[in-house]
Design a protein. Structure first.
Lengths: 478, 444
């Protein structure tokens, strides 16, 4: 690989800065007391404390998984602070009251919240170190009966919904990190779309990890009632720190009859420097339950950040004729590691799923696709199509594919295909011939490679994702 | 992996091993015939087997293959006694060749064996070849099939006393194929077939490794085959497993390919209650080629598991793999195909396809074609499909006057025939086709 490409990737992380807001940080370590403290701080009802304690008990009996194709030093769960909230202020009624520090941070991120919210018509539920600080457009959504708020607010105002659905898709003991999250989650987003309502705008949250050394344990719950539809966006950036930070979020989606949930993620957390120092550990459990007939759950993700990305947004297709989709682009550079993919569990009749996964590895990074397609005996006429393509940039990167296909019903049709390729010298030469330099050529080739996925993203995200990819791969090809 | 889980199967075997290791092998060759290196090898394998445990479904590589029924059976090693007559086994012979080594329960049966191509081939059972070609055998035996993390290879190596050794000397081209016939006659025993194939530079050979049974009770076959191909050597390796449907068949096959050598394999699996075939191919030098085809046809409660690993260690090698499974009734077919492209193995060209046909609602398929790629200038593709017979194809045949049943049988047969057509021996191909036809027809 030529020097041109080498130079292109080595740009420093552009979103690295620390906002100085006084955090209220719980003492480090995890114990029943910590959980009581979190629960008390958040003024939670008894049943939620029980839920947390149950998860904690379960967590104690579990051991950290080691089957994944990622490597990292052992995490000391007792040296993490499990609660960090920006210092409580009196309730905010308008954007002017938001801490100017915070506003500046968002501006640096290129997210002028008030403008963006107003101009783009996007309601932004700002999550800043786990606690929701400002929520906009709530009234507009409330008019049609949509509840969109932080999960701690929802616990206070709509406990019956939380009680009914929390932990039903990802049970407390589902896996090591989901159990940990269930025990100590501090905040997150909650979204409820009532029967027959099509959400009038894309809902979006911004996640940002700020206080150094504090893990972030987000909990997201999206419920679409019969005939409802929603498009939910999640975008992430994080400041530059040297100590590794653990992020173990849980996202649960529930789609009832004829409901439609589209969940899009652009993830660009700090990935560590070129020697693999620092960076976020992104260990997330995301799962959608297509519970009703004709329901649809669609995951789209663009994963460019984090030292380690390890997640499998999944669909449980329980309702007859339900549809699951997974579109993913994972870009790794330097020493980043990604082990991502999806699980499509077909339970209902005539269920369909589509998987399109694009992995791009540059530098000394490794990316893996790990996916499961399971057709249960009850899933008559189930259909799956999977496509996993990998692109290698430079001869020190690795790309891996681990597709599990389990078929228990003979009326099912399952197809999987995968390929691996690289950006060839002849392709670059062709561009050069046409007067396009290597950097731009790489960006165009990569964007072409990912086009199928980008098409699934809402417009503003698609633009951001295209840019992100070009940043990310700057200097990696040549 | 180091803890020893107690279970009858392993205990029984290890006990018989400890008796053996004192006055080594009262079974095969007399004790003084075994050279020091072989004693050493067996001792190491015995020690290793003692440290390993039987895999369970909690081990990733055995997730779908539950061998716990095997672990409950106290199967002893088979003994060298048989009362077979030529007429009993003649039906297994292949008419195209008289190069034949017959092993009964893992023991060489010279009375049924014979070699016509004595000039071109150095061939015989393990003890006799150890005498005549000690250094060559020593430099390859247990050098390709690693027993350190595989309990079954370790057990086989620990029990190694007999086996087939085929050495194709430099520039030799074997005129006729070599038929290695392994017959199981004793129930509730374990037999340990072992094969070593060394293709020296520029040599060519075709061999058939054939596993059959002459009784209908449960037993265990634990076979290990090692194959080394020197520069420019060619080996065509046909492996047929048609044991009875109560048998357990555990096979490990390791192939090492040197510069510009070519390895072609056809693996056909019909039999056994539970069968597991591990095939490891390693490219040890550049420009090697391998083509591996597999066909599994199972029915009733059979389980057939194929795990292959094609390891591109060096650049400029080509591999192609196609594996097909047909599962009927409550059968369960497993395929795990791993392709590794090591750092620096540039210009690797590798393709793999796993195609699976489910004939009944209770049959199961688990397939996992796996790619691990650490080099950028490579061409790697894999694909997997699982499905049933295509209704449009059936309709087409029906429109030509075939009955529904005939159309289904024809399509099922054609699905498998693609693999069988790669077998170069007409009579063998024909007899296997008959098995496929019988199986596809009796099933409905």
């Amino acid at each position: 690989m030529s020097a041109v490409l080498q130079n292109l990737v080595n740009q420093p992380y552009k979103h690295g800065f620390v906002t100085d807001i006084e955090s209220e940080v719980a003492p480090k370590g995890l114990s029943e007391e910590t959980i009581h403290l979190i629960s008390a701080k958040k003024n939670e009802p008894e049943w939620l404390l029980d839920f947390r304690l149950r998860a904690y008990q379960k967590w104690l009996t579990m051991s950290e998984p080691d089957w994944q194709n990622v490597h990292y030093p052992k995490i000391d769960f007792q040296s993490i602070s499990y609660y960090a909230a920006p210092k409580p202020k009196e309730k905010l009624s308008s954007m002017d009251e938001v801490d100017p520090e915070l506003i500046r941070t968002f501006e640096k991120l290129g997210v002028p919240m008030h403008e963006r919210a107003a101009l783009a018509g996007v309601a932004v539920d700002v999550v800043f170190d786990s606690v929701s600080v400002a929520t906009t457009y709530k009234e507009k959504l409330a008019e049609v009966g949509i509840i969109f708020c932080s999960i701690s607010e929802a616990v206070q105002k709509h406990p019956e919904l939380i009680k009914q659905y929390l932990g039903t898709v990802v049970p407390v003991g589902d896996n090591f990190f989901a159990a940990l999250n269930s025990a100590v989650f501090t905040d997150g987003s909650f979204c409820y779309i009532p029967k027959g309502v099509k959400c009038p705008m894309d809902l979006s949250t911004y996640f940002r990890i700020n206080t150094e050394g504090s893990g972030q344990f987000e909990r997201t719950l999206v419920i679409a009632e019969e005939g409802a539809s929603v498009s939910y966006l999640e975008g992430c950036t994080a400041p530059q720190f040297d100590t590794n930070q653990l992020h173990a979020a849980v996202v649960e989606l529930i789609a009832l009859d004829n409901a439609d949930i589209k969940y899009s993620t652009v993830q660009n957390w700090y990935a560590g420097d070129e020697n693999g120092i620092g960076g976020i550990y992104n260990f997330v459990t995301k799962r959608g339950l297509a519970k009703g007939v004709n329901s649809r759950i669609s995951w789209t993700q663009v994963e460019t950040g984090s030292a380690i990305t390890w997640k499998y947004p999944s669909c449980i297709l329980r309702g007859d004729n339900s549809v699951g989709e997974f579109y993913s682009v994972a870009v790794t550079n330097h020493l980043q590691q990604a082990d991502t993919g999806t699980k499509m569990i077909h339970l209902g009749k005539n269920t369909r799923s589509t998987i399109v996964s694009k992995g791009i590895s540059a530098g000394r990074s490794n990316s893996s696709y790990r996916g499961l397609v399971r057709i249960n005996p009850t899933a008559d006429n189930a259909r799956n199509f999977s496509q996993c393509d990998s692109m290698l940039v430079g001869d020190q990167s690795g790309a891996h594919t681990f597709p599990y296909i389990q078929v228990r019903n003979n009326s099912a049709k399952v197809e999987h295909e995968a390929s691996t390729s690289k950006i060839g010298e002849d392709q670059l030469f062709y561009f050069a011939q046409r007067g396009i330099d290597a950097e731009e050529a790489v960006s165009m080739i990569v964007n072409g490679f990912c086009k199928e996925v980008f098409q699934q993203l809402p417009m503003e995200f698609a633009v951001e994702a295209t840019k992100l990819l070009s940043f990310k791969l700057e200097g990696s090809v040549g | 992996m180091s803890e020893l889980v107690s279970n009858d199967y392993l205990e029984c075997l290890l006990k018989s091993l400890s008796i053996q290791s004192e006055g080594i092998s009262s079974l095969g060759a007399p004790a003084n015939n075994q050279s020091a290196w072989l004693k050493q090898l067996r001792k190491q394998a015995i020690d290793r087997a003692g440290q390993l445990r039987l895999p369970t479904i909690k081990d990733e590589a055995w997730r779908f293959t539950d061998i716990s029924p095997l672990a409950k059976l106290p199967f002893k090693p088979a003994q060298a006694l048989h009362t077979l007559k030529l007429s009993d086994i003649q039906s297994f012979f292949i008419e195209e060749t008289n190069n034949r080594l017959v092993f009964i329960d893992g023991f060489f049966a010279p009375e049924f064996s014979g070699i016509t191509d004595k000039e071109q081939l150095i061939i015989g059972n393990l003890p006799s070849l150890i005498e005549s070609h000690a250094s060559l055998v020593a430099s390859h035996l247990a050098q390709h099939a690693q027993y350190h993390d595989n309990i079954f290879t370790a057990l086989n190596t620990a029990f190694v006393h007999d086996g087939a050794v085929i050495i194709v000397p430099k520039n030799a081209v074997a005129a006729a194929p070599v038929h290695l016939l392994f017959i199981a006659t004793q129930k509730e025993t374990t037999n340990y077939p072992r094969c070593l194939i060394v293709g020296e530079a520029n040599s060519q050979v075709t061999l058939i490794e054939d596993y059959v049974s002459l009784q209908n009770d449960a037993y265990v076959t634990n076979s290990v085959t090692e194959c080394y191909l020197a520069p420019n050597a060619q080996v065509q390796h046909i492996r047929i497993q048609r044991e009875n449907t109560d048998a357990y068949h555990l096979a490990n096959c390791a192939v090492s390919l040197d510069h510009a050598s070519r390895y072609q394999a056809v693996n056909v699996s019909f039999g056994a209650q539970i069968s597991r075939h591990n095939l490891d191919v390693g490219f040890k030098a550049e420009t090697g080629e391998c083509a591996i085809d597999g066909l599994t046809i199972i029915t009733d409660g059979q389980l057939a598991d194929t795990h292959s690993c094609i390891d591109h260690i060096k650049p400029n090698c080509t591999s192609r793999q196609q594996h097909k499974c047909i599962a009927d009734d409550a059968a369960h077919a497993v395929f795990n195909g791993n392709i590794i492209v090591r750092p620096g193995a540039q210009r690797t060209d590798s393709s793999q396809s796993s195609r699976n046909l489910l004939l009944s609602g209770t049959a199961q398929i688990d397939t996992k074609p796996q790619l691990e790629i650490f080099a950028d200038d490579v061409k790697c593709a894999h694909g997997a499909t699982v499905g049933q017979l295509d209704n449009e194809e059936i309709f087409y045949l029906k429109s030509r006057g075939l009955s529904e049943l005939a159309a289904r049988n024809l399509l099922t047969y054609a699905f498998g025939a693609e693999i069988l057509n790669r077998i170069p021996l007409a009579s063998l191909k024909h007899s296997l086709e008959q098995i496929v036809l019988n199986q596809t027809q009796s099933s409905r």
